[in-house]
Ligand binder design. Structure first.
Ligand code: HEC
Length: 184
């Protein structure tokens, strides 16, 4: 009896895993828009109140807080990129490989908006979704930063590499993870 149950489980596990990945992808993807919206609203409000220099200060202070706030257990959300502003957002080996894959897919003509990758890695479900560079991002990540803005970014992020982007280019990615032990 026990043997039968186990072998049944074994035959079920591959499709069950596929269903899990699909369900977790939907669940994780739903967490991205409110996170993205709050980041956008915060940067817009700071720009309107104090211009880009003040907005950089607000981003530095608030982006990590907003990220923590949207990391509701069991999920952890964040942002990462190959060209970084904040070194705390550095990709791990798996994220780096996915970002490189996104860059290659974008270079081959896939729309950046649609780049997404989900996988179970070492007992964790992981999901990444690409972030394109939009017009409102150019003031701080574009090719012609205002000198006073470049100065404040240099001061606050001495190793900044996150500038020089053109509209539509891959800026980075949202990255989400959660354990899969209790996902049912
Ligand atoms: C007012 C300037 C400003 C604007 C506008 C801005 N950013 Fe940023 N961005 C920053 C700062 C400052 C950080 C570092 C935040 C931190 O400390 O976590 C950052 C970090 C990021 C990161 C995290 C990875 C990294 O390099 O640290 C991504 C991704 C990102 N921005 C994308 C965007 C996108 C997409 C837009 C447009 C929708 C945008 N940003 C608009 C200033 C800005």
């Amino acid at each position: 009896m026990r043997f039968i149950t186990l072998s049944l489980l074994a035959t079920l596990s591959a499709p069950a895993l596929a269903a899990d990945v699909q369900q977790l992808t939907a669940e994780g993807a739903a967490l991205i828009p409110p996170f993205q919206q709050q980041l956008l609203d915060t940067v817009k409000a700071a720009m309107q109140e104090g211009g880009p220099v003040k907005a950089v200060e607000a981003c530095q202070l608030l982006a990590p807080q907003i990220t923590a706030q949207h990391s509701q257990a069991p999920w952890k959300v964040g942002r990462t990129a190959l060209k970084l502003r904040n070194p705390n957002n550095a990709p791990d080996a798996w994220e780096r490989q996915v970002l490189e894959q996104f860059a290659a897919r974008a270079a081959a003509g896939e729309p950046v908006m649609e780049l997404k990758h989900a996988e179970i890695v070492d007992g964790e479900f992981r999901l990444m979704k690409a972030i394109p560079t939009g017009e409102p991002c150019l003031a701080c990540h574009g090719q012609n930063l205002k000198p006073e803005l470049a100065a404040v970014i240099d001061q606050r992020y001495p190793q900044d590499q996150a500038r020089g982007f053109a509209p539509g280019e891959l800026r980075g990615a949202f990255t989400l993870r959660r354990s899969v032990e209790n996902s049912q």
